[in-house]
Design a protein around this ligand. Structure first.
Ligand code: GDP
Ligand code: IMO
Ligand code: MG
Length: 424
């Protein structure tokens, strides 16, 4: 029996989908605990490549029960599309998929607000995914949100939508100078979608407490990454939820005392989508090569990802924040043909060298990375089926990451497929 959290250790897209899929085979429950359809988790198996945005990445490997936890914000239309997509490739969700009645609902007005607020920020735009995430969490925290359980009660749903639309129309008309929206239209489109989702909605907190009492294996799947955390990330260039370990408990109802391990997922280099500080970003040919080798384009929006060397100062911060006792190091193969590989070990701040990650707003914009250089391995990591078989220079690189972070690289990923993985 174990309960483990899978957490992005960077700015998202570290390969969480692949690793959750891999570990799901030995799990009884897989639970998404925050975020929404801003996430894009890619899973490659057989001859298929599937990108999941809401359904947990455990749905294709083994028979784990997959849960959308209370901490997630659910776009019902996006979810119905995803359910259809999963069923189309022959995976049944019957008795294997549940949605927390306490998870909040994203409605069209959240997406409208997301986009008008981004527009009004001008050059300071966050570069959100436009999926309505921020405004949906605003509704939740302001205690006016609509929850999945409300979809089961039409009278309550109607009243909540009308009240919200009345308020939001004031902002659209008087603040943003945008066209108003119509509550009846929203309800007309929402009702048939709600009835398709209704069978999956239940009290998942109790389900998980029973699972814990029965000694089941539970995997808690984070979306985004630690550096996008609303509290601990590069605020305000963050998402509006808590991908970090604490968020896993809040967003699922699993207590902290039940957690055995926090497994951080990190690429062997780094990427970021959207705006915000990124000390090791490379604007040169090396950055382009990382993007090309790693096929670094957003799984949700298709935007080219910003690319750069691994930032160990930031990774160590993520390890400490989450208590990551293990790391899964992904995309090692992407570095196969580099002559030289660098990692950032320190920041220069006003000429002073430090290994402290600064949390003050804007501070990360003013650091200059200090690098340590490693010779490339110039060989295919994919050829190795055990850790020992990895090229020597690759092992030296991994050892340095372990030494620096104090965390153990228990999984080395050498390609997008399930079998392209070394588990130590
Ligand atoms: P997530 O959001 O953390 O689940 O990551 P994404 O799915 O957005 O992005 C990771 C991308 O890298 C996907 O296209 C994966 O198929 C791919 N990927 C994962 N692990 C590896 C790896 O070890 N090597 C390579 N080349 N690709 C990988
Ligand atoms: P996965 O789970 C990478 C980024 C957006 C933007 C910021 C805020 O696939 O790793 P939001 O729409 O959440 O309000 O956008 O967060 N972002 C992600 N970047 N991977 C993700 O998810 C992301 N989800 C949000 O690009 O910078
Ligand atoms: Mg992704």
């Amino acid at each position: 029996m174990s309960t483990n959290i899978i957490i992005g250790a960077q700015w998202g897209d570290e390969g969480k989908g692949k690793i959750v899929d891999l570990l799901s085979k030995d799990s009884d429950f897989v639970v998404r605990y925050q975020g929404g359809a801003n996430a894009g988790h890619t899973i490659k198996f057989d001859d298929k490549e599937v990108v999941l945005h809401l359904i947990p990445s455990g749905i294709f490997n083994g028979d784990a029960v997959c849960i959308i936890g209370n901490g997630v914000v659910v776009d019902p239309a996006a979810l119905v599309d995803e359910i259809k997509g999963v069923e189309k490739i022959g995976t049944s969700l019957k008795d294997r998929f549940f949605i927390s009645s306490s998870a909040h609902v994203i409605l069209p007005y959240h997406k409208i607000l997301d986009n008008v607020r981004e527009k009004s920020r001008g050059d300071d735009a966050i570069g959100t995914t436009g999926r309505g995430i921020g405004p949906a969490y605003v509704s939740k925290v302001a205690r006016v949100g609509i929850r999945m359980g409300d979809l089961l009660d039409d009278a309550r749903l109607t009243e909540l939508v009308q009240t919200n639309v009345n308020e939001i129309n004031k902002a659209l008309k008087h603040v943003h100078n945008e066209p108003e929206i119509d509550a009846d239209d929203i309800l007309f489109n929402l009702r048939p979608i709600a009835s398709q989702i209704a069978p999956y909605i239940c009290n998942t907190t109790t389900l998980l407490h029973k699972a814990l009492a029965d000694g089941k294996d539970i995997l808690l799947e984070g979306a985004q990454g630690s550096l996008l955390d609303v509290d601990h990330g590069t605020y305000p260039f963050v998402t509006s939820s808590s991908p970090t370990a604490g968020g896993a408990c809040v967003g699922s109802g699993v207590p902290p005392t039940a957690i055995d391990h926090a497994i951080g997922i990190t690429k062997a280099y780094s990427t970021r989508v959207g705006n915000g500080p990124y000390p090791t970003e490379l604007h040169d040919e090396t950055g382009k090569k990382l993007r090309k080798n790693g096929a670094e384009f957003g799984a949700t929006t298709g935007r080219p990802r910003r690319c750069g060397w691994l930032d160990l100062v930031a990774l160590k911060y993520a390890v400490d924040l989450n208590g990551m006792d293990q790391l899964a190091l992904t995309k090692m193969d992407v570095l196969d043909d580099f002559d030289e590989i660098k990692v950032c070990t320190h920041y220069l701040v006003n000429g002073e060298k430090t290994d402290v990650y600064p949390v003050e707003t804007g501070a990360l914009e003013n650091v200059e990375p200090v690098y340590k250089s490693f010779p490339g391995w110039k060989a295919s990591c994919l050829e190795a089926s055990t850790y020992d078989e990895l090229p020597d220079n690759a092992k030296t690189y991994i050892s340095f990451i372990e030494e620096y972070t104090g965390s153990y690289c228990s999984i080395i990923s050498t390609g997008p497929g399930r079998t392209q993985t070394i588990v130590r």
